[in-house]
Design a protein around this ligand. Sequence first.
Ligand code: ATP
Length: 237
Amino acid sequence: LLMDTLVRVTDLSRRFGSQQALSDVNLCLDRGEVLGLLGPNGAGKTTCLRILSGMLAPSRGRIEIQGIDLARKPLQAKRHLGYLPERPPLHPELRVDEYLTFCARIHRLPSRRIPESVAEAKRRCGLENSGQRLIAKLSKGFRQRLGIAQAILHRPKLLILDEPTEGLDPFQMRELRALIRSLAEECGVILSSHLLGEVQAVCDRAVIMHQGRVRFDARLQPSSQCSQWRIRLTPTS
Ligand code: ATP
């Protein structure tokens, strides 16, 4: 069972001055699972995802990705994760291929592998015909796909998506959700959302946060990805 655990978060807390943004958060994610973090504004979702991605240090607690301690071996652990922040720093003046090539260098992919990695990430995100398009001219849906493409360039085992469908129209949302499901065939995904229906449609597990704490952690029945929403509580261990 241990071999199946991709992410283990233990007693994670983070303070900003007197503000307790996260308190004793525990989470587990198995390989191939999609976990949805739900909660109102200020619940702590972004803080949790920033810590998981190694962008922000926790005040307390431990994160293991593929059994690697993120605090102790950050470079090694980060190799296994891809991150789409809430507002990804896209460069509107670049073309899609230029931007992805630039990101591949930041990921420190070897030069000879970059064209192949860029092509693969575009293919997986449905951007194969968009290489020469200017980012400034892309729709919000395509921009999110590009944000995801940069996050998977190095083929991470864990993909972290901060409110990936925020601001998309219903059609773009549906496309992005389908993309997330297809990516989940190859890696674990943790995403945040305000929308219960979205988490029910896309995720295998739902975690509800409120005021920095996990209030609810449930595995969703596969049937919930169709039309019937049924939630079975998993025993907390
Ligand atoms: P949203 O849905 O609005 O993105 P969230 O669930 O992602 O909300 P967080 O952004 O993680 O919530 O915020 C959790 C709490 O921590 C909030 O009270 C917020 O004000 C506080 N907080 C987050 N980042 C910082 C920061 N850099 N400095 C001070 N306080 C912060």
